[in-house]
Design a protein around this ligand. Structure first.
Ligand code: GDP
Ligand code: MG
Length: 442
């Protein structure tokens, strides 16, 4: 989205009121972005229509371009549809214990994994969880949850193959009461496609156990299919929420918007990996940014805070604001980025920076020994050269490359990279780049 909108930003210069044409132009791109993010076609169209109504005739705020204004309305609306900042995207464990959480969803969507993740998450919050193996269609399923339970040291209630899933859940409830369990998580069976027998089974379990939460586990990669699946499950068992899994992959999470719009079911958690701690509570603002391709700035900041030296970061920021950025800062930035993890992934979360991340040299620069070479080159420079790389002429280049055991070409490449990064950073910090505005909102 950012790339396409960059073009439009350039074409929309004026200020004042948003005209229908401004809005239409921007919204066409937004609709495409939604569809690219796997939002259901009909949902995308309805969403864009709603934004259009709000946007036309609204005043363009002082410092925004019309396209930015449209985008900010889009983002606000998206957050609203995804659940706003309301409490309904939190897990409800307000009943008398044991509270029951039932997981439903298609085979392979991540129910068993999510059951273990949830148990792990809730135990950290002081709960005493019990996992219940109610998927009796594959022996492997029972073993899978048993081994997850063992790994986490969380009890698993199971019965021999052939037992009736409804009975298992009822017996598990007795067991939970005896053992002073505070929350019970039911891992139910899935089917490649929804079939009647499975639906009857989950309906019966729901009726007998009266779970506090019935969560649909949905694979973020499902895309256009997601709405139908969610609708069917919602009709059968009346869902209270959703766990959107596999959000660590490429999926932008449009399925969440589709499901939410059509069924009203709020997303409560996101699965971010195969490990048992890869579960995050749901934040609508973050998903909204991700769906729009704006970059998940908040996640980035959190991650950066974990790995970045605060003081260094503040220093760098102050320098940036003064428009100064030298090779020493560059080297620092490279070190910090390396610590933050896979460069591309981190940078793609940052508005404006995804362009830098897409420069193949940048990725290369942080792989293997490249950083060492960069370091050697920069250390072979005089202080003055580091502060003001523009003075590095031909003879200085020869001296530096000889001193660092690199070639002049490698040095040229480094200086080139540095210049590109400096330009980009200047644009961002001057607040003129198209994404500077968006970035400031966070
Ligand atoms: P079930 O059939 O619904 O119980 O699905 P499983 O829990 O067995 O998961 C199916 C596959 O998806 C397994 O290989 C899991 O490791 C994987 N999986 C589940 N959740 C996630 C997630 O959030 N991210 C990733 N990358 N993989 C996941
Ligand atoms: Mg399973």
């Amino acid at each position: 989205l950012s790339k396409r909108l960059d073009g439009i930003f350039n074409n929309l210069g004026g200020q004042g009121k948003l005209t229908e044409e401004d809005v239409n132009t921007a919204l066409r791109e937004v609709r495409l972005a939604l569809i690219e993010a796997d939002v259901n076609l009909k949902v995308a169209r309805q969403f864009v229509d709603r934004v259009k109504e709000k946007a036309i005739g609204s005043d363009v705020m002082g410092s925004l371009t019309p396209a930015q204004q449209v985008l900010s309305i889009v983002q606000e609306e998206l957050i609203e549809v995804l659940g706003g900042t309301g409490e309904n995207n939190r897990l409800d464990l307000g009943g008398s214990p044991p509270n029951i959480i039932m997981l439903v969803g298609l085979q392979g969507s991540g129910k068993t994994t999510s059951a273990a993740k949830l148990a792990n998450y809730l135990r950290k919050q002081g709960q005493r969880p019990l996992l219940v193996a109610a998927d009796m269609y594959r022996p492997a399923a029972v073993n899978q949850i048993k081994s997850l339970g063992k790994q986490l040291n969380i009890p698993v209630y199971s019965e021999p193959m052939g037992a009736d899933p409804v009975d298992i859940c009822v017996n598990a409830l007795d067991y939970a009461r005896e053992q002073a369990i505070s929350v019970m998580i039911l891992d139910t069976a899935g089917r490649l496609n929804i079939d009647e027998r499975m639906m009857n089974e989950v309906t019966n379990i729901r009726a007998r156990l009266k779970p506090r939460e019935v969560l649909l586990v949905a694979d973020a990669m499902t895309g256009q299919e997601a709405v139908r699946v969610a609708d069917d499950f919602n009709k059968a068992v009346s869902l209270t929420g959703m766990v959107l899994t596999k959000m660590d992959g490429d999926a932008r999470g449009g399925a969440a918007l589709s499901i939410r719009s059509v069924t009203g079911v709020p997303v409560k958690f996101m699965g971010m990996g195969e490990k048992t701690d890869a579960l995050e509570p749901f934040y609508p603002d973050r998903l909204a940014s991700r769906i729009l391709g704006l970059g998940d700035v908040l996640s980035l900041i959190e991650r950066a805070q974990e790995s970045i030296d605060q003081e260094e970061a503040l220093k760098a920021q102050a320098k940036l604001q003064q428009g100064k950025f030298d090779l020493e800062d560059f080297l620092n930035a490279m070190h910090q980025l390396k610590r933050m993890g896979p460069l591309r992934q981190v940078m793609e979360m940052m508005p404006g920076f995804n362009k830098i991340a897409q420069m193949p040299e940048m990725e290369e620069a942080l792989e293997g020994d490249h950083l060492k070479y960069i370091e050697a080159m920069i250390l072979s420079m005089t202080k003055e050269e580091r502060r003001n790389p523009d003075i590095i002429d031909g003879s200085r280049r020869k001296r530096i490359s000889r001193g660092s055991g690199t070639t002049v070409q490698e040095l040229n490449q480094l200086l080139e990279q540095f210049k590109e990064m400096r330009t980009m950073i200047r644009q961002m910090s001057s607040g003129k780049g198209p994404w500077a505005q968006m970035a400031r909102q966070y």
